[in-house]
Design a protein around this ligand. Structure first.
Ligand code: MG
Length: 334
């Protein structure tokens, strides 16, 4: 997004498929081109925090809104010559980080991956589970790493009838169980949370501060994973953060396999005071041979990431790499 000779950057977190949430790259392009961009060109706003509310007429499509909204925040920060965290209300320094490990072919392979990530410094480990690959994995990791902050993410693979499985997992002192039940549910999650000591964390079910308020009112979760792309951008993230903070409910920042542009947006967001748990922001090198930004995001041996001090996300974008990765280009002008 360019204005007055300054350019701000945003990254959309939609995928090519609708397997995490309904949006895809194609739906995002459609909603941006045909609705949000024309709407934005007609707006007079004093601050990027006003943008999400101005988009309210478009229902849903949080990832499309976030793609545009976060670029405006980044542009705003660059125009103020300020790091993004400062315009978001966060602080400089470092963030503590964790890592997410996908399903592995064998339990031995999983233990090896956990070993590597713990050695690399990550402060907490999240493992993915699905029916048939759950309790035994947790038991094996816990047996080897007695004190490791450990959590599981089920990405909606279970039903309330599986509550017994999660009750058994209470014994493993997990920091939380993320999104065990349906992607659009809160009621069953509340019924599950009532049966557990382990906190339930919602990811897919939370698209706004209103969703967060409802989820907490129902006691459907005791932790919320904030992904800016899932809640319409930074204003949505700040609003969810504030709802949770007022209720003393911790939040943390999830990841969507972003390049350095979106990855650094996550780093800045996590400097807000309610982000009291390590997030899923790991090193660029874990996913990319070369990132779109230089220097890339690196994790220290003690599991921290430095928050950049430069304007905006605080890193330069390496345009030849962006060009190399470009498959489609479209430009909109007022
Ligand atoms: Mg998740």
């Amino acid at each position: 997004m360019s204005a007055d000779g300054v350019t701000g950057y945003g990254e959309c977190v939609a995928d090519s498929d609708p397997y995490y949430l309904p949006e895809t790259n194609h739906t995002v392009l459609h909603i941006l081109r045909d609705f949000l961009v024309p709407l934005a060109f007609g707006l007079e706003i004093a601050h990027p925090r006003e943008l999400l509310a101005a988009f309210a007429r478009v229902r849903g499509h949080e990832m499309a809104k976030a793609a545009l909204e976060m670029a405006v925040w980044e542009l705003h920060a660059r125009r103020e010559n300020a790091p993004l965290y400062r315009v978001l209300g966060g602080r400089g320094g470092q963030i503590a980080t964790g890592v997410s490990i996908g399903l592995q072919p064998t339990t031995a392979a999983l233990l090896e991956r956990v070993e590597e990530e713990v050695a690399a410094g990550y402060r907490r480990v999240k493992i993915k589970i699905k029916p048939g690959h759950d309790r035994d994995l947790v038991a094996a990791v816990r047996a080897r790493f007695a004190d490791l902050p450990l959590m599981v993410d089920a990405n909606s693979a279970y039903r309330l009838a599986d509550a017994g499985l999660f009750r058994e997992m209470d014994r493993y002192s997990l920091t939380m169980i993320e999104q065990p039940l349906a992607w659009d549910d809160m009621v069953d999650h509340a019924a599950l949370q009532r049966q557990l000591r382990t906190p339930v964390c919602l990811d897919e079910s939370i698209h706004s501060a209103e969703d967060a308020r409802r989820a907490l009112a129902l006691d459907a979760c005791r932790v919320i994973n904030i992904k800016a792309g899932r809640v319409g951008g930074f204003a949505g993230s700040l609003a969810v953060h504030d709802v949770c903070r007022a209720a003393s409910v911790p939040v943390w920042c999830g990841g969507m396999l972003e390049s350095g542009i979106g990855r650094l947006a996550n780093v800045h967001l996590q400097t807000l005071p309610g982000f009291t748990l390590p997030g899923d922001t790991s090193a660029s090198a874990r996913y990319f041979e070369e990132d779109l930004v230089e220097p890339p995001v690196v994790v220290s041996p003690s599991g921290t990431i430095d928050v950049p001090e430069g304007p905006g996300i605080g890193r330069e974008i390496v345009w030849p790499r962006v060009e190399k990765a470009t498959t489609f280009r479209e430009e909109w002008r007022p």
